[in-house]
Design a protein around this ligand. Structure first.
Ligand code: UTP
Length: 305
């Protein structure tokens, strides 16, 4: 997929690289019922690769060594997916499917993966807070696995450059239409560099007329560890959930925060149609699947009601 990067910033104060990340994957996935009765949403594939694999590959590319998966009871398949499968690998090797065997092996060596269980689905902020002990006192990346972002330079790496430059928290934003702002957290921010904004405030799901901008927060965050004490002080909102946006709002009262309008394409894998669109676009962009996908689309019976 051809997306050039505009985010090339020389770091002023070189910070230690970010070593840890949180991948919240404990949600109920109600929009994918009945499948999610048995299969974690995050393991559903975009064409042929689970959404969560995209996220963990992105983190490995950004130099993250330790990924904390937040899971819940019944979603044990998530940890299983990242464990080595020596018997399967051996069978594939023995059968001559060497590339496939190496691909399977590669998944378990992407990063050191540990899990923490979110006992109750009390929201994204609560899921991140569940990882507090595993992260400790250092900045970390949060990747929401159902927000799949593809492009030339992985989005986490683009954000790391901004973090290195400013030594602060960074959220990923994308421009959305005025009508769409009500589905997102939106930043109140002013541009300080190409695609980089200093954040003044965060508003969750504003009415279009009240939105401070059309820059919507999507599922990538680099957070300073002080966010944990902010989340601890965040009271559950109207639907009894601890929102990450609210915790970040408190963090913003204490320290600066930046937003990056990243380069790349984001797919909303949290809905069946979003996942369908993602699979189609990925299939159309891949050499080995493009022609057959075009043929399938051309042969669709569009007259069907
Ligand atoms: P979503 O907002 O998509 O919620 O969460 P969900 O529960 O997965 O799906 P729906 O809305 O019921 O269809 C975004 C990410 O945050 C995780 C989810 O697993 C998903 O990866 N999450 C959400 C948690 O880990 N814990 C929560 O309490 C809520």
């Amino acid at each position: 997929m051809g997306f050039g990067s505009n985010v090339r910033i020389a770091p002023v104060a070189k910070l230690a690289p970010i070593r840890k990340a949180v991948v919240p994957a404990a949600g109920l996935g109600t929009r994918f019922l009945p499948t999610t009765k048995a299969v974690p949403k995050e393991l559903l594939p975009i064409l042929d690769k689970p959404m969560i694999q995209y996220g963990v590959e992105e983190l490995a590319d950004a130099g993250v060594e330790h990924v904390v998966l937040v899971t819940s009871h019944g979603k044990e398949g998530l940890a299983q997916f990242f464990r080595p499968s020596p018997e399967l690998e051996q069978r594939l090797f023995d059968g001559g499917a060497v590339e496939l065997a190496e691909m399977v092996r590669g998944i378990s060596s992407l990063a050191h993966i540990t899990t923490v269980v979110q006992e109750q689905q009390l929201g994204l902020g609560h899921a991140v807070l569940t990882a507090k002990e595993s992260i400790g006192d250092e900045p970390f990346i949060v990747v929401l696995p159902d927000d799949v972002i593809v492009g030339d330079v992985p989005v986490s790496r683009q954000m790391l450059e901004v973090h290195q430059r400013y030594g602060a928290s960074v959220v990923a934003v994308q421009e959305v239409t005025r009508e769409a702002v009500g589905s997102y957290g939106v930043v109140d921010a002013h541009e300080v560099g190409k695609g980089i904004y200093k954040v003044r405030g965060l508003v969750e799901k504003p009415a279009p007329e009240d939105a401070p901008s059309n820059l919507a927060v999507v599922g990538r965050y680099i957070l300073m560890p002080e966010v944990f004490s902010c989340l601890e002080r965040t009271s559950p909102g109207a639907i009894s959930e601890i929102q990450l946006t609210d915790g970040m709002g408190l963090l913003l009262e204490e320290q600066p925060m930046y937003a990056l309008r990243f380069e790349g394409t984001r797919y909303d894998g949290g809905t069946p149609l979003g996942l369908l669109k993602a699979s189609l676009e990925v299939a159309l962009n891949r050499e080995d699947t493009r022609d057959r996908t075009l043929e399938i689309i051309r042969n669709l019976d569009l007259e069907q009601p």
